[in-house]
Design a protein around this ligand. Structure first.
Ligand SMILES: Nc1nc2c(ncn2[C@@H]2O[C@H](COP(=O)(O)OP(=O)(O)OP(=O)(O)O)[C@@H](O)[C@H]2O)c(=O)[nH]1
Ligand SMILES: [Mg+2]
Length: 434
């Protein structure tokens, strides 16, 4: 699976060093970097930082359905985090009343190193606590993470951020303690600058994880938001059969174009308002006739929507020979989907019927030796009870709209009755997200 390139411009050591030099020159200036948009560090107490965070051991925060991506914390670029921490630590004064110069210097050095370490580690701890564990997410969001970032990438980056946090703590503590034991003013100063250099090295080598996390957060936050409590009509079918054209017809207002990060084309998401009740209508990328392992991310997205979201299906069939997938291939994809999602409320529509003549379209390359009566009938009229529509002549559209209304009202009842077991066999627990 192609994974998204999540490295950012600040991720190389060279860049880090260059920016670091600039940061040193600015050390005494008042920092505009730590603004309220970044995760504040001040709320995390001294006690919290002493307890190492283990993502797997900690009691996980409860996820409520979908929407976890919109709640992700803002992540500070690693260089900003480093410079801000350094600046703050430089302002730390020795404890008042120490007359002995050596003692005062080692007190100042140890306190500054301690502050530097904490200012670096606290935001990292905040990220570890506020980026949800993947296993606690709703299965739909889990699928999106895998499709978008590549399998295992999310956990890998979080693991690296936690490793960086632990490294900062151990190096910081070690050097603060060395500084506290210095015998002279000169030695205390040397220990302080050694400690700062060591922490700088740690960040130079491993700060890239923070920049990767920043990119991940940006990607995830940009994902389209779906409301689990609102019934959705999902348009499914082979590519080019007329799904998007029908979404436009069915939507109230202008449908929104949603770009999942791995799609090259936008996906239409709209709303239908029926009897003052709002419903979602979503387009999905076309499905081809192939097994799941060979499916691309667009097709996997379609399956994720169907598997994990409470949707009714409007399956679109194109029997005109225009769309590029033969009717018999469409029939086989359809049979498979119908079987897989057999409990779903379902509407079949045969599209582009303005182009359909009296006789069925026969593809020259189609092997018809194994055709049975069902497929022969499908080529002529589509599935039983399908509604024949055309967006060009508007044929069948009002019938389709009333069927959609009926099905979505029924879907609403299904949601209200708490019937939320998804087709992957996972119990979709709205409070814990499985
Ligand atoms: N003649 C005719 N053409 C149609 C009709 N509906 C859609 N088309 C055309 O069919 C083509 C594909 O329509 P889309 O709505 O983009 O199909 P799609 O299923 O969303 O395609 P993908 O997103 O690529 O899977 C476009 O050129 C439409 O203009 C129709 O009712 N009649
Ligand atoms: Mg489309």
């Amino acid at each position: 699976m192609a994974s998204l390139n999540i490295t950012t411009g600040l991720s190389t050591s060279f860049h880090f060093l260059h920016s670091l030099r600039q940061c040193r020159n600015l050390q005494t200036a008042v920092s505009p970097i730590v603004s309220s948009s970044y995760l504040p560090t001040s709320y995390i107490t001294q006690k919290q930082i002493e307890i190492p965070t283990s993502p797997e051991k900690q009691a996980p925060p409860v996820q409520e359905g979908l929407g976890a991506f919109q709640k992700l914390p803002m992540v500070m670029p690693s260089i900003d985090l480093y410079c801000s921490a350094l600046r703050k630590s430089k302002r730390v004064q020795p404890t008042k009343g120490i007359a002995n110069i050596a003692k005062r210097e080692r007190n100042r050095g140890a306190k500054q190193l301690d502050a530097f370490m904490k200012e670096l580690a606290l935001p990292l701890k905040g990220y570890m606590e506020n980026f949800p564990r993947k296993r606690l997410l709703h299965p739909y969001e889990r699928s999106l993470i895998e499709l978008t970032l590549g399998e295992g990438k999310y956990e890998e980056v979080l693991g690296k951020v936690d490793f960086l946090r632990k490294k900062v703590l151990s190096v910081g503590k070690e050097h603060a303690s060395l500084c506290a034991k210095a015998l002279s003013k000169k030695e205390a100063e040397e220990r302080l600058s050694e400690g700062v250099e060591k922490l700088e090295l740690v960040f130079q080598q491993q700060g890239r994880a923070v920049d990767d996390l920043l990119s991940i957060a940006k990607v995830l936050r940009a994902m389209p938001v779906v409301d689990l409590e609102m019934p959705t009509l999902c348009l499914v079918g082979a590519p080019n059969v007329g799904k998007s054209s029908l979404v436009r017809i069915l939507s109230t207002g202008k449908p929104e174009i949603c770009n999942y990060p791995f799609t090259t084309r936008g996906i239409l998401m709209g709303h239908i308002v029926l009897n003052y009740q709002r419903f979602q209508v979503t387009d999905t990328p076309g499905l081809l006739r192939r097994c799941d392992e060979d499916r691309n991310n667009l097709e996997k997205l379609t399956l994720a929507v169907l598997t994990h979201l409470p949707t009714a299906v409007l399956y679109v069939h194109d029997l005109t020979g225009e769309c590029g997938t033969s009717p018999s291939d469409q029939f086989r994809i359809y049979k498979e989907m119908k079987e897989r999602f057999k409990d779903y409320l379902w509407i079949d529509a045969v599209s582009k019927c303005d182009l359909l003549g009296g006789s069925p379209v026969i593809y020259a390359k189609e092997d018809r030796s194994s055709d049975d009566a069902e497929i022969i009938k499908y080529r002529e009229t589509g599935p039983d009870e399908s509604i024949h529509v055309s967006v060009k002549t508007e044929q069948g559209l009002s019938e389709l709209k009333s069927k959609v209304k009926e099905v979505l009202s029924n879907e609403m009842e299904k949601i209200k009755s708490g019937d939320k077991v998804d087709q992957s066999g996972e119990e979709v627990d709205q409070s814990v997200g499985s």
